[in-house]
Write a protein that binds this ligand. Structure first.
Ligand code: B12
Ligand code: SF4
Length: 510
C-alpha cells in the first residue's frame, strides 16, 4: 500500500505555485507515496481536506515563512494534533530556519527541517516508514525533541539542484495556480536556484546558504518547462530565485534554448543584482529582450552609498542609475526596491525625524529620476523589518528592538508593516503614499482589464488615468499627506478582485 503524505502551504495570502512543497517531493517516488499537496488556492476547504487525508497518513508537513503565515500553520497543526495525536508533524521553510527553538518548543510541532529540504524530507519519510528511529541523529538538517529537550542535527550541506529529479507534475492542478499579472494573464511561478552568494545585512539568506548558490542548468529548466507546457497553457513566468542573473552564461543558454523551443512567453519580476547586470554584454541584453524578459527586479535598498556600505550591499547607487539606462535602452522594465528605516547609526546619533526626512528625500529623488528616465520603471518602498537570523539582527536588538516572545506572537509579526521605533506613524503615512504613487505610476493595466466587459472598462479607464495624473502631481510636488486617492485605489482593487474569480489571484508588484 502507498504511504500517504499530507503537505500544507500555510501562506493564505499567497496564490502562486507551492514551490517549496513541490521541491520536497522530488526524491519521493509517487508510485510508493500518495502525496497530497493542500493549499487554500486549490482547496478553499483546506482544513476539511487536511483532516480527511490525515486520517490514514504517514505524516503531516507544513511549509511556513515567518510572519502572518505562522497563524494558519499553528491553527492547522493544532487541529491535526487534536484529531490524530500520534501523527508526526514536521514544519519546514523559513520559519523553521530562522526561529527553530521557538517553533519546535510548541506541542503541535514534532520535527523541523532546517535548510534545503529535498534530502532531509526523503530520509525523514524513510525513517518513519520503516519506524527506524535509531538513525534519527544521522539525518542532517532535521531537528526533533527527545525527553523534552530540543535536538538539532548537523546542518545539511547545500546540494547541487541538478542531482535531484524534477517533481511529479501531477501533484497539483496547475490551472488553479495561474496568476493574472501586468505582463500576462496565465502566469506561473518557478524556481531555478537555491541560495545566494551575497551578504546583505538585513537578509536571512547569508546565514542560511553561507553565500553558496546552486542553480539548475539551462537545459534542465527548459526541459521542465516543456513538460509543464504539455500540462497547462501559460503565457508568462515569474522566476522567484533570489538572484536569477548570477551566471551570465546560464542566462544566455536559457534564453537561447527557450527561443529554440518556440516559447513565446513573458518573464516578469525576475530578481537580480545591479553590480552583476551592469556588466552584462550588449548581446546578452538584446537576447533578454528577445526571449521575453519584461521586468527585472533589483534590491537597490537605499539611495545613499553610505547606507549601502553599512548593509554590505556590495553595489552602489550609481550602478542603479546605469542599470536603469540599460533597461530603458533594451526595453525592459526595471523595478527597484528600497527599504526605509534601515538601522544606520545616524538614526541613533541624530534627530531621527531629520534623518528620516533626509532618507525620504533621497528616495523620492531616485523615484523622480527613474520616472523621468523611463515612465515604465517602478520604485517599490518597504519598511525595514528586523528579521531574526539576519546579520543585522543582533545589532537591532542592542538598539532596543523587542522581538515577539512566542510562536503565537511571531504570527502577529506582519513583515509588511513596520515594528521599529525610529520611524513615526506620521512618517509611515508618507512612505505608504509613496508606495501607492510608485505603483500607480508604473502599473500597466492592459492585462488586468482586458477580460472585463467593455462597459466596465469604460468606467475603469478614466478613473485610472485620473489617479495616474494625481500621482504624477504628488511625486512632482512632494505631496505625500492626505492620501485619499490611495484609499480609493486600494478599495477599488479589492472590489475588482471580488467581482471576478480570475482577479482573486491578481498579482501586481506591490
Ligand atoms: C517567492 C517568495 C515570496 C512570495 C511567496 C511567499 C511564499 N509564501 O512562498 C511572496 C511574493 C508572496 C513573498 C512575500 C514576502 N516575502 Co518572500 N520570498 C520568496 C522567495 C524569493 C522564494 C520562496 C520560494 O518559493 N523558494 C523556493 C523553495 C523551493 O525554496 P524554500 O522555500 O526555501 O524551500 C526549501 C526549504 O526551505 C525546505 N522547505 C520548505 N518548506 C518545507 C516544508 C517541509 C515539510 C519540509 C520538510 C521542508 C521544507 O525545502 C525546500 C526545498 O529545499 C524567498 C527567498 C528564497 N530564496 O526562498 C523570499 C522570502 C521567503 N520572503 C521573505 C520576505 C521577508 C517576504 C515579505 C515579508 C517581503 C515584504 N517585505 O513584503 C513578504 C511577506 C511574506 C509574509 N510573511 O506574509 C523572506 C522570509 C524571511 C523569513 N524568515 O521568513 C525570504 C526568505 C526572503 C529573504 N531572503 O529575506 N515572498
Ligand atoms: S538581499 Fe538578495 S542579494 Fe542580498 S543576501 Fe539577500 S538574497 Fe542575496
Amino acid at each position: 500500500m502507498r504511504s500517504k503524505i499530507v503537505l500544507f502551504g500555510s501562506d493564505l495570502q499567497y496564490n502562486g505555485v507551492p514551490l517549496s512543497l513541490l521541491a520536497v517531493t522530488k526524491l519521493l517516488d509517487t508510485k510508493e507515496n500518495d502525496i497530497r499537496i493542500i493549499t487554500q488556492t486549490e482547496y478553499p476547504n483546506y482544513k476539511d481536506e487536511i483532516l480527511k487525508h490525515c486520517a490514514d497518513a504517514l505524516c503531516f508537513g507544513v511549509s511556513c515563512i515567518t510572519g502572518l503565515p505562522i497563524k494558519s500553520a499553528i491553527e492547522v497543526s493544532k487541529l491535526v494534533k487534536k484529531n490524530y495525536p500520534s501523527l508526526p508533524i514536521i514544519w519546514g521553510g523559513w520559519q523553521a530556519i530562522t526561529l527553530p527553538d521557538e517553533t519546535l518548543r510548541v506541542p503541535y510541532v514534532d520535527y523541523l527541517c532546517i535548510g534545503q529540504g529535498e534530502k532531509t524530507f526523503f530520509e525523514f519519510i524513510n525513517m518513519i516508514k520503516k519506524e527506524n528511529f535509531e538513525i534519527i541523529n544521522t539525518i542532517d538538517g532535521l531537528s526533533y525533541k527527545k525527553n523534552g529537550a530540543i535536538i538539532h542535527n548537523r546542518k545539511r550541506d547545500i546540494e547541487d539542484l541538478n542531482v535531484f529529479p524534477d517533481f511529479d507534475l501531477g501533484l497539483i492542478n496547475w490551472k488553479k495556480y495561474l496568476e493574472v499579472t501586468d505582463f500576462g494573464s496565465k502566469v506561473l511561478r518557478i524556481v531555478t536556484s537555491y541560495g545566494c552568494p551575497y551578504r546583505c545585512g538585513f537578509c536571512c539568506e547569508p546565514n542560511n546558504s553561507h553565500r553558496q548558490w546552486k542553480a539548475l542548468s539551462a537545459d534542465r529548466i527548459v526541459t521542465f518547462l516543456k513538460n509543464l507546457r504539455s500540462k497547462v497553457v501559460f503565457d508568462g513566468l515569474i522566476i522567484v530565485d533570489n538572484n536569477f542573473f548570477i551566471s551570465e552564461q546560464r542566462v544566455i543558454d536559457f534564453c537561447n534554448i527557450l527561443l529554440d523551443n518556440g516559447f513565446h512567453i513573458k518573464l516578469g519580476q525576475i530578481q537580480g543584482r545591479t553590480n552583476v547586470l551592469v556588466k552584462y554584454k550588449k548581446s546578452t541584453w538584446k537576447l533578454l529582450k528577445k526571449a521575453g524578459f519584461y521586468h527585472i527586479l533589483i534590491g537597490t535598498e537605499s539611495a545613499n552609498n553610505e547606507t549601502l556600505r553599512f548593509i554590505n550591499k556590495d553595489a552602489t547607487i550609481e550602478q542603479t542609475y546605469v542599470l536603469s539606462q540599460l533597461c530603458k535602452k533594451y526595453g525592459i522594465k526595471l523595478i527597484i526596491t528600497v527599504i526605509v528605516g534601515l538601522p544606520i547609526p545616524a538614526y541613533f546619533q541624530e534627530d531621527p525625524q531629520q534623518v528620516f526626512e533626509r532618507e525620504f528625500k533621497e528616495i523620492t529623488k531616485l523615484n523622480k529620476d527613474l520616472f523621468a528616465l523611463d515612465r515604465n520603471h517602478q520604485l517599490m518602498t518597504f519598511f525595514y523589518t528586523p528579521l531574526p537570523f539576519s546579520p543585522l539582527y543582533e545589532k537591532v536588538i542592542e538598539l532596543g528592538f523587542v522581538p515577539p516572545q512566542s510562536l503565537d506572537e511571531w504570527g502577529d509579526y506582519d513583515l509588511t508593516k513596520t515594528h521599529i521605533s525610529w520611524i513615526s506613524k506620521k512618517n509611515m503615512v508618507k512612505i505608504k503614499t509613496l508606495v501607492y504613487i510608485s505603483l500607480v505610476l508604473a502599473l500597466d493595466f492592459k492585462h488586468l482589464i482586458r477580460t472585463l466587459p467593455l462597459i466596465i472598462r469604460m468606467f475603469f479607464v478614466p478613473i485610472l488615468v485620473t489617479l495616474k495624473y494625481i500621482s504624477r502631481l504628488r511625486l512632482y510636488y512632494d505631496w505625500f499627506s492626505f492620501p485619499i486617492d490611495s484609499y480609493l485605489f486600494y478599495l477599488g482593487l479589492r472590489l475588482f478582485k471580488r467581482i471576478n474569480k480570475v482577479y482573486r489571484i491578481i498579482n501586481i508588484t506591490n
